[in-house]
Design a protein around this ligand. Structure first.
Ligand code: SF4
Length: 74
């Protein structure tokens, strides 16, 4: 699983993320990007969005799967 985070403070609304990864990024009415789904099972184009963000507002990081998480909690 991968956690996709977006720092709205850093987002300058350029639209690059939604252009390279429309499957998981959309531009909101406030002109800032929105992450549609997080965490995601498949990295897909999310890495591309992270790499193309001019202001490094997007962070993609591995996150424990729900199964791993529940094992840790036991
Ligand atoms: S690429 Fe970065 S700065 Fe541009 S809209 Fe997406 S999150 Fe905002």
């Amino acid at each position: 699983m991968f956690r996709i985070s977006l720092d709205k403070e850093k987002c300058i609304g350029c639209g690059a993320c939604s252009a390279v990864c429309p499957a998981n990024f959309e531009m909101g009415e406030d002109g800032k990007a929105i992450v549609l789904k997080s965490p995601v099972e498949v990295l897909g184009c999310n890495k591309l969005a992270e790499e193309n963000c001019p202001n490094r507002a997007i962070t993609v990081e591995p996150s424990a799967s729900p199964k791993e998480q529940s094992l840790k909690e036991q």
